[in-house]
Design a protein around this ligand. Structure first.
Ligand code: GCU
Length: 429
């Protein structure tokens, strides 16, 4: 196991990947800028899909011996065999299913929206405090996004937009916690933006409607059964932050990753599944109703089930999701299909060995099972040497548009995770 503090270059990492990888990927052409491209080896990738019992034409796929919905089958049973069919039909079906049955209907775009920006210069970094003010039928309200832009003399290599439910990220550009190592990120040439989830929707069953949800739903009426709750609102907040980032001349809007840990990892994934402006979607230790397959239940390790998450956090998901508490097999979707909705953009899944509540194996299996949709785009390959759990720990695995790592240790977003993200070349193919 390597030391988390030892910086490793991308080339080192690619060597690691290739060393572990014989069948799935080959390293090809070094780009003009010195970047490397991982090209899938198509025959071997198909072998993995077949080994999952999937194949592109089956109605269900078999994951770990169980039946799961096939992302590549339309509701009418027809197979999806082209990106056009995926984007034109299947993607919409899946998004509608996830909205109706899992995350709830999203808040609409604001009828009006403004950005107030205060810039402050520091050595090496510009900090921008952006107040996003949004209007809906029930009123006007706002939340802040704090953006740190490195003074690199050019556009940052990419921007990490974090949904932070802990309210832990302050406005000091020198801060460097494991959770949000702002100075490390900016020194590596990336911009970092953060929104406080609690300003979008308080993480509290009594008050979660008080902020952005209240702009769109009358306070004196029950929310519709299928209306999104806090997690959906946080995802919506990330899209509003993206609205701003698109207007900022210091930011390349084609290179923005949405990132979240745990409950915010669920929100980041849902944001990235819906909003194709995000070039990459980084979900860290997101567990139940994040990257973890719902049908695995407690995964044999006491992980959080659909029933338990709905009981413990009644303000996260809609009433419609609670109808599946005792019948997850009836869900029309499962979470590998959520990961697949990120395709062809980069999906980045991270688990931790001791994070039993999140069912790391269930996250891994969902990641692997999302791969056939990437294959549809010619971007197949998980980067993993094998589809068998567990993979090596503390190594970043990078496929053409999919990235994965399993950190040793417990639940958390740590310096070791960031080390792999910052060296993972997440913004290019
Ligand atoms: C709880 C919850 C998880 C969530 C986690 C977190 O453990 O059960 O679903 O991901 O909190 O946000 O840290």
């Amino acid at each position: 196991m390597r030391s988390p503090s030892r910086p490793r270059s991308l080339v080192d990492r690619l060597h690691t990947v290739t060393a572990h990888t014989t069948a799935l990927i080959v390293v090809a052409a070094m780009g003009a800028a010195g970047g490397a491209t991982l090209i899938p080896e198509p025959v071997a990738v198909r072998t993995v899909a077949a080994a999952q019992g999937g194949g592109l034409a089956e109605k269900t796929v078999t994951i770990d011996g169980e039946d799961y919905p096939n992302p590549l089958r339309l509701h009418d049973g027809a197979p999806v065999t082209t990106p056009a069919e995926w984007e034109g039909t299947r993607r919409a079906e899946l998004l509608a299913d996830f909205r109706q049955h899992v995350y709830g209907q999203s808040l609409p775009e604001p009828t009006a929206q403004t950005f107030d920006v205060t810039s402050t210069d520091f050595t090496g970094v510009t900090r921008k405090t952006v107040t996003i003010t949004a209007t809906g039928p029930e009123g006007t309200g706002g939340f802040d996004v704090t953006l740190f832009v490195p003074k690199t003399g050019g556009t940052p290599k990419g921007t990490f937009l974090m949904i932070d439910h802990r309210g832990q990220v302050g406005d000091d550009p020198g801060q460097s916690s494991g959770f949000a190592p702002v100075s490390t990120i900016t020194k590596a040439g990336y911009a970092f933006a953060v929104l406080d989830a609690g300003e979008v929707a308080p993480d509290d069953s009594g008050s979660y409607r008080s902020r952005m949800i209240g702009l769109f739903h009358p306070a004196d009426r029950e929310l519709p059964d299928d209306a999104g709750r806090a997690i959906s609102a946080w995802a919506w907040g990330a899209s509003r932050a993206m609205d701003y980032l698109q207007t900022d001349p210091d930011i390349d809007p084609t290179r923005v990753a949405v990132i979240g840990h745990s409950r915010s990892g669920k929100a980041a994934l849902w944001a990235g599944a819906q909003d194709t402006r995000f070039a990459a979607v980084v979900t860290n230790n997101s567990g139940s109703t994040g990257a973890k397959l719902a049908r695995r239940g407690d995964g044999g390790v006491g992980a959080e089930t659909v029933k338990r998450i709905n009981g413990s956090f009644p303000h996260w998901f809609p009433t419609t999701y609670k109808a599946y508490n005792d019948r997850v097999d009836a869900l029309p979707v499962d979470q590998h299909e959520l990961l697949a909705l990120v395709a062809p953009r980069r999906v980045v899944v991270a688990s931790a060995t001791d994070d039993a509540n999140a069912d790391p194996e269930g996250e891994f299996l969902a990641y692997v099972a999302a791969e056939p949709v990437y294959e549809l785009y010619g971007l197949g390959g998980t980067g993993l040497p094998s589809a068998t759990w567990p993979p090596a720990t503390d190594e970043g695995f990078r496929g053409a548009a999919m990235s994965y790592h399993l950190r040793s240790g417990g639940h958390g977003l740590t310096a070791a995770d960031w080390d792999i993200y910052l060296n993972g070349d997440l913004f290019s193919r």
